[in-house]
Design a protein around this ligand. Structure first.
Ligand code: 3PG
Length: 211
């Protein structure tokens, strides 16, 4: 189906920040998801960038309150395995025609990525009104999305890429931003040492970023 705007809106409006997770250690999946949910961030994007990513998704999907999606979705095979792993949404760094064709056959919503007005317009022509803006900081950050707001007023964005706790509020103050994505909530050293209390504290701070 084309993007189900109500479905993706209702997911992305649940928290101001979507943790973008790159995790291979399946034993950390549940405690990490529990810490993020306890900190007020229930929407979890698990990227397909590690050998065990699908197992990580399956474990995280068992955590009460967690809404798990797959990230770095680049083809139909990724979509099929994401659905089988229990994902509720999918995120892609791009919006290639073949990717959008493949999404037509998948019941869970896709948030495709764009970086320019032409790409946003092409995705909108295919029925997408919620898009990821990626890589946000490298492309010029919040001023670019601010400039998109008037001419592309029917499109809402989730920027990701290079965003942290200091930069997030500026994005979240824009009328065309529903949430931001990022990995700053899970610092590598906290994950390495299993310091889930610190991750929960960072999630709490992030979940309070918008009202
Ligand atoms: C990504 O796809 O890696 C996300 O955009 C996260 O980016 P970050 O690690 O810069 O927050």
């Amino acid at each position: 189906m084309p993007q189900d705007a109500n479905a993706i809106r209702s997911i992305l409006s649940l928290a101001p920040v979507v943790p973008v997770i790159i995790l291979d250690d399946v034993s950390q999946a549940r405690p990490l998801a529990e810490a993020l949910v306890a900190g007020g961030l229930p929407i979890l994007e698990v990227t397909l960038r590690t050998p065990n990513a699908l197992k990580v998704m399956e474990e995280m999907a068992k955590v009460s309150g967690a809404i798990v999606g797959s990230g770095t979705v680049r083809n139909a095979g990724h979509m099929k395995s994401s659905v089988e792993a229990g994902c509720r949404f999918m995120v892609s760094p791009g919006a290639s025609p073949r990717l959008l064709d493949a999404a037509e056959d998948v019941a869970i919503p896709l948030l495709p990525g764009i970086g320019t007005p032409t790409e946003a317009m092409a995705a909108a022509e295919r029925g997408y009104s919620f898009l990821k803006f990626f890589p946000a900081e490298a492309l010029g950050g919040a001023p670019v999305l601010k400039a998109f707001a008037s001419p592309l007023s029917d499109i809402t964005f989730c920027p990701t890429g290079g965003i942290d706790a200091a930069k997030a509020p500026t994005y979240l103050s824009l009328p065309n931003v529903i949430c931001v994505g990022g990995s700053w909530i899970m610092p590598n050293d906290a994950l390495a040492s299993g310091d889930f209390a610190r991750i929960e504290a960072l999630a709490k701070e992030a979940s309070a970023l918008r009202g």
